[in-house]
Write a protein that binds this ligand. Sequence first.
Ligand code: UDP
Ligand code: MG
Length: 299
Amino acid sequence: MISIVVPSYNEEENIFEAARAISGVLAGLEYEIIFVDDGSSDGTWQKISEAASDTHIRGLRFSRNFGKESAIRAGLEAALGDASVVIDCDLQHPPKVIPEMIEKWNNGARVVEGKKSTRGSKGRSYGVFAKVFNSVMTRATGFDMSGASDFILLDRDAVKAVLSYSENGSFFRALAQYVGFESEAVYYDVAERERGSGKWTFFKLMSYAFRNIAAFTSAPLLAGFGAGALICAAASVLFILKWCGVPLGSFSAGILTLMLVGGLVLLTLGVIGYYLSRIYDEVKRRPKYIISADTKERK
Ligand code: UDP
Ligand code: MG
């Protein structure tokens, strides 16, 4: 059985269309479609309730807007399928790619990632922003995040693994790779959004980017340590040169002392940053390992 998880926020114009398009590509299979209404203020829930007269369709409604990551999580927690596919409600992730994902899963892949081969018409600045963000995330996670999206199929074990990362600021598309199962990719062209409007504002996007970078790397916290060490080293070398009588122009003993003190302050901040990052890692309570196979389960 396949579960399809559809986070939906103010998507009243898209629910029926999405239900129809997704059902269309799954005909002949056992499936469920779970719409998660992320606290919409329009008629989304009414549409979902109506659509749910089809026994394949289930609706969950949040008490308020908790954000797409929470909607994905709720859908995956409710999913009963042997594999689950997360897909946007606005049909920008083309449902016709789902059978391809299912085929790769049938051939042994446990995570099938939908990768954008084009970005749709989001404008240049957005493209540059996405590129920078994706390359930072690629370095932070160690997985290629270019073109990554939330359009992903996960088998049941991979769903369980993703859900075992119980931190609040979770980042689904990175976690799907981070859990480490055999993964494959399918490529798709981002469709235009035909109905309703995108939900991102500049500030929402920025805070999303910083939160996700912080979730996967402590590098910014530790940057002070590097800078401090560098400045201290430079000041020490200059002090030694000065002591040996090398003329250093405007580098007076006073300035060198200031440099050394500044460097030490940065260094100390870096040490504090290190402990903070250790605390942050601990409070995330991430699983210490994930098992992908066990001989006892072999038939
Ligand atoms: N979404 C959500 N909660 C939110 C914002 C968005 O569940 O707070 C859903 C939205 O309904 C859509 C998907 O997340 O199904 C992607 O949203 P959108 O199309 O606005 O983003 P983009 O396509 O620009 O990534
Ligand atoms: Mg969209």
